[in-house]
Design a protein around this ligand. Structure first.
Ligand code: GDP
Ligand code: MN
Length: 340
């Protein structure tokens, strides 16, 4: 049993918030997987690692979403990898594709123009649909209605550390709203007017902004150096463990529809990562964020691997390959510096 020093008050009376640390009630949470049938091998690879390191112990359900119908082969091959429930949903045309206010001729011109500059996914329509869906709709998909938290996963990524506790209970019991493993730097050419559009929203909706934390308590310094422009820093959304309530809030829905109305998902190439990150950094308090240092993760050529010796027998990743502090694309140092 845990001994308590006589001169210390019980933890719960020092910090009332810690009483919820004992809350062992189930959390309504799921994995969210937007994926194509053609990426079946990639999602199998991801799921095998996630089941091995985490989910075989906790059995959270998977919600697979697609703008197309999932094939029987896809459903069969993924459902056999887990004891947990697997659900397969389609994304309808309300959530995927051009809203009526978009000028598709102009959008095509913008894509062509962008393609001359060597910007990733510059000329892709589907990538834009994906980014808009992930920015403003996944959390409103009916299949997610019953959940309070989600963990976004992608095909072809690696999960390299054993996670022996329930990360969703960690989020709930510690009042965390947004968790990440990699903080990345955006190609600013993809979002030239995003920051100004968010500033215009703040100007036009002072009532909404009055509910947001002060500059000092928010994470604003993660996304802007001078307040006048976006520095490109964002949480890499190919991994996200977060509260669905954050995105379902009236404040975020108002912000998203304002952004959507401006057309930047199509006329530029606004990513869901900068959109989520700017919104969360302005809307949340600093203590609502959590860096999942203990979750080893690789997406494409970028890796987070915990470097502390205590992780050596939990993780299969090489601590010398860790982008946090050394890679010029990492915004982790900016994240750390954003805290008061
Ligand atoms: P990147 O990580 O930004 O390079 O983009 P990805 O190609 O990995 O796409 C992000 C996520 O969205 C992945 O989980 C993809 O499987 C998924 N995705 C991207 N485009 C589409 C699409 O057109 N349809 C579907 N169903 N999923 C997509
Ligand atoms: Mn990806």
């Amino acid at each position: 049993s845990i001994s308590q020093k006589k001169d210390q008050a019980p933890r719960n009376s020092i910090n009332p918030g810690t009483s919820v640390l004992q809350n062992d009630k189930p959390v309504k949470a799921c994995f969210v997987v937007l994926v194509r049938n053609s990426e079946l091998d990639g999602i199998v690879s991801t799921m095998l690692q996630l089941e091995k390191t985490f989910n075989s112990k906790f059995n959270y359900p998977y919600v697979f979403l697609n703008d197309d119908d999932f094939t029987e082969e896809f459903k069969q091959s993924t459902s056999v990898l887990t004891k947990a429930q697997t659900k397969y949903g389609k994304v309808d045309s309300q959530m995927w594709g051009y809203p009526s206010h978009i000028n598709q001729t102009y959008a095509a011109e913008c894509r062509n123009e962008m393609a001359t500059k060597g910007i990733p996914y510059a000329d892709s329509e589907s990538y834009r649909n994906m980014c808009r869906f992930q920015s403003g709709f996944f959390f409103r998909h009916p299949m997610l209605d019953e959940y309070d938290y989600y963990w976004r996963i992608e095909p072809y990524v690696d999960y390299t550390c054993d996670i022996d506790y329930d990360v969703f209970k960690y989020m709930r019991n510690n009042n965390k709203k947004y968790g990440f493993t990699i903080a990345f730097r955006e190609f600013l050419e993809t979002v030239p007017t995003l920051w100004q559009t968010v500033m215009n929203f703040k100007r036009d909706y002072p009532d909404v902004v009055s509910r947001w934390p002060s500059k000092k308590n928010s994470l604003e310094k993660f996304v802007t150096n001078d307040g006048n422009s976006y520095n490109g820093c964002h949480f890499w959304t190919n991994f996200e463990i977060a509260s669905l309530e954050l995105w379902r809030s009236n404040d975020y829905l108002k912000l998203f529809s304002y952004l959507d109305q401006q057309g930047g998902f199509f006329y530029e190439r606004w990513g869901d990562a900068p959109v989520h990150s700017i919104a969360a950094s302005l809307m949340l308090n600093q203590e609502d964020f959590h860096f999942f240092n203990d979750i080893g993760y690789r997406h494409t050529a970028y890796t987070h691997c915990p470097t502390e010796p205590e992780f050596r027998d939990k993780c299969s990743c090489d601590p010398n390959i860790n982008m946090d502090l050394t890679d010029p694309m990492s915004c982790y140092p900016v994240y750390k510096a954003a805290f008061n």
